[in-house]
Design a binder for this molecule. Structure first.
Ligand SMILES: C[S@@+](CC[C@H](N)C(=O)[O-])C[C@H]1O[C@@H](n2cnc3c(N)ncnc32)[C@H](O)[C@@H]1O
Length: 217
C-alpha cells in the first residue's frame, strides 16, 4: 500500500457506499487529499450525497490530523430527483416524500469509524460559502451540475483554496456525451485554468486536480 493510497478497509467501505464515483477517480481524490493534508488545513467537499467520496476525504483528514468538511442540502441534485436516471428511491424520506440523503450518509460514516474526522454542514453551498472565512487545503467540487450551481460553487469556494492547495473538480466531460450531468463542470474547469490562479496537476477519468499557483480565482 502506498502512502497516498487508502487501506483495503477504507477502499472496501468506499466501494460499498452508495454513490457514483468510480474507484480510479476515488484513488486520485484520495491521493490529492493526502497531498493537500500536508498544508495542515481543512479539506472541504461540496456534494456529500451518501458519503462515498467523503469517506476518502475523512480518512485522509484523519491521517493528516486535519478536519474534513462536507456541504450538502441533502435534497439531491436535479438529475437525482424522481423520474431521472440517477434517482435512487431508497434516498426518499417516506414521511415527507422528498429526498434526504443525510441518514444514509451518517450510516456510511459511522460504519467506517470516521465520524470524528468530519464536520457535515447541511445547507445550500452558496449560503454556506457566504459565511465561510478561512483557508482550505483542498476544495472538492461535486455538487449541482447546472451552470448556475457549478459557477456558484467555484465563486464561493475557490477563493478559499490556500496557496499550494488543491481544487478538485468532478464530472469534467470535454465531450458533450453525458446529457444528464451536462458540461457545466467542464466549463468551470476551463474557467479555473483561465483565471491564471490554478494549474492542472492530474486528470483521472472525469476528475481534475488543480493546484493554486497564483492569486485570485
Ligand atoms: C453527484 S452528488 C455528490 C456525490 C458524492 N460526492 C459521491 O461521491 O457520492 C451531488 C450532491 O450535491 C448536492 N447539491 C446539489 N446542489 C447543491 C447546492 N447548491 N448546495 C448544496 N448541495 C448541493 C446534492 O444534494 C447531491 O447530494
Amino acid at each position: 500500500m502506498s502512502a497516498a493510497a487508502p487501506s483495503p478497509e477504507i477502499l472496501a467501505a468506499f466501494e460499498a457506499a452508495k454513490g457514483f464515483m468510480p474507484t480510479d477517480e476515488g484513488l486520485a481524490l484520495y491521493a490529492a487529499a493526502m497531498a493537500a493534508g500536508g498544508l495542515g488545513l481543512p479539506l472541504l467537499e461540496v456534494g456529500t450525497y451518501c458519503g462515498r467520496s467523503t469517506l476518502l476525504l475523512a480518512d485522509a483528514a484523519r491521517r493528516a490530523q486535519v478536519t474534513a468538511v462536507t456541504v450538502d442540502h441533502h435534497r439531491g441534485s436535479e438529475e437525482q430527483q424522481p423520474g431521472w436516471d440517477y434517482h435512487d428511491p431508497e434516498t426518499v424520506d417516506p414521511e415527507l416524500g422528498v429526498m434526504d440523503t443525510l441518514p444514509t450518509f451518517r450510516r456510511t460514516l459511522r460504519r467506517a469509524g470516521l465520524e470524528e474526522h468530519v464536520v457535515a454542514v447541511v445547507g445550500r453551498s452558496p449560503q454556506v460559502a457566504a459565511v465561510w472565512n478561512s483557508p482550505l487545503g483542498l476544495v472538492f467540487v461535486d455538487g449541482g451540475h447546472t451552470d448556475e450551481h457549478a459557477n456558484a460553487d467555484y465563486e464561493g469556494w475557490a477563493p478559499h483554496v490556500a496557496e499550494g492547495g488543491l481544487l478538485v473538480i468532478h464530472d469534467v466531460f470535454p465531450d458533450p456525451v453525458d446529457e444528464f450531468t451536462g458540461q457545466a463542470p467542464y466549463r468551470v474547469h476551463r474557467r479555473a485554468l483561465a483565471s491564471g490562479a490554478f494549474t492542472e496537476v492530474s486528470a483521472t477519468g472525469s476528475l481534475r486536480v488543480l493546484r493554486r499557483t497564483g492569486a485570485g480565482a
